[in-house]
Design a protein around this ligand. Sequence first.
Ligand code: ADP
Length: 467
Amino acid sequence: MIITLFLFSYYIISTMRTYLYDDEKLNVRTTSNVVASFAVDYMNKETGALDKERFTAFINGIGVDAQMRVMVLSRDVTVLYDSQNNRNLLGTAQVRPSVMSAINGIDGFKQYENGNIVTLDASAPIFNSDGEVIGVVNIVYVPDSAIKFMDAIFGEMFFLIIVILLLVGIIIFVIANLVSKRIVDFTSKITSMGDDGILDEKLDISGHDEISRLGEAFNLMSEKVVNLEKQRVQFVSDASHELKTPLSSIKLMADSIIQTPDINVEYVREFMIDMNNEVDRLNRIVNKLLYITKMDVRNEEDDKHFELISLNDIVQGIEKNLQPLAKKADITLVFSTPGEIFLMANKDVLWQGIYNIVDNAIKYTDTDGYVLVAMQQTDGKVIIEVRDNGVGISEEERGKIFERFYRVDKARSRETGGTGLGLSIALAAVKYHNGQIEVESEEGKGSTFKIILPDVVPLREEEAQNE
Ligand code: ADP
């Protein structure tokens, strides 16, 4: 700011100065010319002598500026007339450049500068009627008022600059203080979040400036972190609970075998069968938990492993696996495809996505029901629709069924070997393929799960380069 202000005022002052002195220069040169054109009338054409009395009257009569020192010089540059007699130069020779130029018949001018005192020196030749130079009119002028004016401007400008600098300085100081105070406040809160683990700390975002926006973004992020943390704690607690239930049953049964003396072998056998079932259940939960954790990590990675696969192959495999289950429950399981569907996907992951949904449809459909699996490839999408006429899901529950360990009917889920993780796995698998799952359902009438996958799953970079 200081540099800009000084450059600006330097420019203004020098422009004004040039303009002002140009004006004065013209004035002094014109005056010397006018006086020279009249001076010839007061000079003897042969001797070049000047009629001083008449000439003085003439000068006084035309009212030349009193600040201008008017001199008339003879052909040999001797002063014949000087309007300022007090500094007597009469009779002296003036060999200044402007005078010498006029003697040669050309108007002469020179500007002298001494500090901020400027002296303008203009000369004009006096021609006789034959066009010969018979003398010179020389005017020396110190434009006092211009100098004073410039000094005043300079002083005012300087004062103005100081005032502007002070004002701007104060404003910048106040704003910078406000801004840095908030940044310091932000920093201390963020640090306390990191150091003390206080995650629900909120930043003050009053205002509409960049810092408030930064605070807003941070608050949003901290909200997400808090939610993630809540989900993590909930997940650990749910998982522990789910693992604890079968473990408690096993422990109970083992205790009763140990504590019953002379226990009947048949009883032991029955307990062992139940314990075996509970171990199977534990196994299922642990395997699914491990798979979900693996999918969480894989979904975070950019590097996805896709290949060109036939959807029909996957679906046929699932059919082979689940047909016995459907038969056991007297459920008609039908698969329909319009033809062979190919897409870029991860075979194992996609299998998990479709399998869990078809498995659910069988599990939550009563005897004599049906489950229909239909596939189609349209508008750049591959849609796998799984429709059943089972128990259905209420609107309220529909939003929760993808949560880990969430089950609408715990007893039924347990009976059918459910863990509450099937849909979480299916969703993670579909998300891995950048797809989505839509659910339509009516309680008591049935449900339709639609897996929608983008037809062209982006190729990995190196695969794209190989093409
Ligand atoms: P589970 O192992 O209990 O089946 P899921 O995560 O697969 O767990 O499903 C969560 C819950 O969603 C189930 O407990 C069930 O209540 C409900 N659900 C899932 N699929 C269906 C369906 N096709 N019909 C009715 N309810 C379903």
